[in-house]
Design a protein around this ligand. Structure first.
Ligand SMILES: [Zn+2]
Length: 498
């Protein structure tokens, strides 16, 4: 039997109740595996010799002997147990090391976007990081590392994807979280030492700076390594003069210690290869080229083997909208950063809050010569909410009103210039006009940052007010969901010159 005849055989028995995803089918010897759905949810269908398919199931909702009892069809839930078995049979379902290839992260807050993301990557020479979620996002979406990874892998299976992909445990601040992510099988770790980065050094007097520096263990030793050293970076010369150096050491030394500790833990605990990103993007101040140089030299001196470095680049980086700032000034300063990276070598520059920064992409990829990583997340959620607005306007209206009520509370952790008064009154708009909200920055940000409140909201009986209905609409209109989302991610990827 071949794949085609297995699918036909399945249809013969089940076409009244289940629809198949033909591109998902994979075989191993005489056993076949593919994804199906009824009008409620998706399942894994396993067809094969009875003794072979026995281990699958785990409360399989259905099982049937066919073909003169020689074959069993089993319909199984999409749970962790079944996925583990699949990953053992098909190693391409395991995330892998990326290294210095150009890469792009597609965070997926609902856990159902991966097939659309994969479509967007088709024909592109860009390594996809399909599982990517930060600790903060997980709390807001009530998910965990295992769920994030499993959802992405089921998405790979559904799409029939056999290429490589990464899994990024994003913005991790503690070793405990790193350990959990390693245990679940993540392959990339983004360390966020921002709790250890001092942000008051510019306000300190010379004397205070001196005093605080003296308290840093081996601060003097570090200072002696760099004081008055000149680095010729392309046309420019960067010098660590006394005061700037003291400021930089004080700002980053605790953070570097923390990174080192995390890196030692990973090297020891994660037995196989992994990608390491150091992110200092969530700081109140822009990372200067001199600070960039210092961070990298220190990481290397301390033996931290990292692939990506995320800096706080010049400009105003807000969620889900275009870059705000002078793009020429950004380009000028950014080229100095890329010169530093190229001079020292061995790592990629990483751009966070990459959603919808269309004007930045060509510069970012070109200047780095493809030694770049970009992260997006919220933009996928926005596309998904847009599909809700298109297909279930009443639900969208409820979400929109709820978001308005929660905006002030939710904006606290973001850097935003959103002005709610610029958002038209939803009661005065027709259903067809709702989709326009997704073209305007204020309404995009309104929905972008309130996702946690929207997804967590429950009624008096403890039932989700929006979450289940959002999933239902996107399940029912899956084709529209995948099309809108993959087109939007494609718009991002097409701007990358790799
Ligand atoms: Zn970040």
């Amino acid at each position: 039997m071949n794949k085609q005849s297995i699918l036909q055989l399945f249809d013969k028995h089940y076409s009244d109740r289940y629809e198949t995803y033909p591109s998902s089918i994979k075989s191993e010897k005489d056993n076949y595996f593919f994804l199906i759905k009824d009008n409620q949810e998706k399942y894994l269908a396993v067809v094969g010799k009875p003794e072979k398919v026995k281990k699958f199931g785990n409360n399989a909702p259905e099982e049937k002997r066919i073909y003169k009892n020689e074959l069993t069809i089993k319909i199984c839930y999409l749970n962790h147990y079944n996925l583990k078995l699949l990953r053992e049979i098909f190693p391409h379902l395991n995330p892998s090391f990326c290294g210095l290839r150009a890469s792009f992260g597609t965070g997926d807050r609902l856990g159902i976007a991966t097939p659309a993301h994969i479509q967007a990557f088709q024909g592109k020479d860009i390594f996809p990081v399909l599982a990517q979620q930060s600790v903060r996002e997980m709390a807001r979406t009530e998910r965990n590392w295992q769920k994030v990874l499993d959802d992405a892998i089921w998405g790979c299976f559904e799409a029939g994807y056999i290429g490589p992909f990464g899994a990024d445990a994003d913005h991790v601040k503690e070793i405990k979280e790193l350990k959990e992510a390693v245990d679940c099988g993540f392959t990339m770790f983004t360390l966020d030492p921002s709790d250890f980065i001092r942000n008051d050094t510019e306000r300190l007097s010379k004397k205070e700076l001196e005093q605080l520096n003296n308290q840093i263990s081996n601060g003097k030793e570090i200072e002696n390594l760099y004081l008055n050293k000149k680095y010729k970076i392309d046309e420019q010369e960067l010098i660590f003069d006394g005061e700037s150096l003291k400021e930089i050491i004080l700002t980053y030394s605790e953070a570097l210690n923390h990174v080192m500790e995390c890196c030692e833990f990973l090297k020891d605990y994660k037995k196989d290869k992994f990608d390491l990103e150091i992110s200092v993007d969530e700081t109140p101040t822009v990372t200067s080229p001199l600070a960039h140089l210092f961070i990298v030299l220190e990481l290397q001196r301390r033996g931290v083997d990292f692939q990506n470095l995320a800096l706080h680049f010049l400009g105003d980086w807000q969620k889900g909208i275009e870059y705000i700032g002078n793009i020429d000034e950004f380009a000028k300063e950014f080229s100095l950063h890329t010169d530093i990276a190229k001079n020292i070598g061995g790592y990629k520059l990483s751009l966070h809050t990459g959603s919808d920064k269309f004007s930045v992409y060509p510069i970012f990829s070109q200047e780095t010569d493809g030694l770049c990583h970009i992260k997006t997340a919220g933009t996928s959620w926005l596309e998904e909410t847009k599909v809700v607005a298109m297909k279930d306007p009443e639900l969208y209206r409820e979400i929109h009103r709820f978001a308005l009520e929660n905006f002030e509370k939710d904006r606290a952790s973001y850097n935003l210039t959103t002005d709610l008064s610029r958002i038209p009154n939803i009661d005065e708009l027709s259903d067809e006009q709702l989709v326009d909200f997704f073209d305007k920055i204020d309404s995009r940000q309104l929905i972008h940052i309130t996702y946690g409140s929207i997804l967590k909201a429950k009624d008096n009986e403890g039932k989700y007010i929006f979450k289940d209905r959002i999933y239902k609409v996107l399940f029912q209109y899956e084709e529209d969901h995948y099309r809108e989302l993959s087109n939007h991610i494609k718009r991002h990827l097409e701007l990358l010159r790799t």
